[in-house]
Design a protein around this ligand. Structure first.
Ligand code: ZN
Length: 153
């Protein structure tokens, strides 16, 4: 079990040190900002959404703790190429897993959930759940065209 924890720690460090899809997106048609005041994490998510409702491209910018940056980096990798519905379903299931909800529909693919497994350790630390979900909440806000920044409570 501790080997698995080390592996998860490595995934988080790798993504936080070398975040994927980091930086502005020139052809973005949606964007939103998020802030987690408890930890100081800040993230901006940029989306290129096509007419058919598919995430053609996604980038993020920001600064914060390793978990928030790793979560944002993994999120961009996972939602790129997905439809809006599939991306939302994946977040719902991930959110349910880290918050301990049990009534979310299990529609996300097992492969995608495996990719997010390194982040699920936060469920033992309620304050860290906000770090792990900030980029996702911000992604949803960008999809929905929200203009006000997302602030986690
Ligand atoms: Zn944080």
């Amino acid at each position: 079990m501790s080997d698995l924890r080390d592996l998860y720690q490595e995934v988080i460090l790798d993504h936080s040190k070398k975040p994927r899809n980091f930086g502005p997106l020139d052809h973005a048609n949606h964007e939103a900002k998020g802030h987690n005041p408890l930890c100081g994490d800040r993230v901006t998510v940029f989306l290129d959404l096509d007419d058919a409702g598919m995430v053609k491209d996604v980038h993020f910018q920001g600064s914060g703790c390793a978990i928030s940056m790793a979560s944002a980096s993994l999120m961009t990798e996972l939602v790129k190429g997905k439809t809006v519905d599939d991306a939302k379903a994946l977040f719902e299931q991930f959110h349910a897993l880290v918050t301990g909800e049990t009534d979310a529909p299990l529609t996300a693919s097992a492969d995608d959930m495996d990719r997010l497994e390194p982040l699920t350790g936060v469920r033992e630390f309620p304050m860290r759940v906000k770090c792990a979900t900030l980029a996702w909440h911000t992604f949803i806000a960008a999809l929905d065209g929200k203009r006000d920044p997302v602030v986690t409570e």
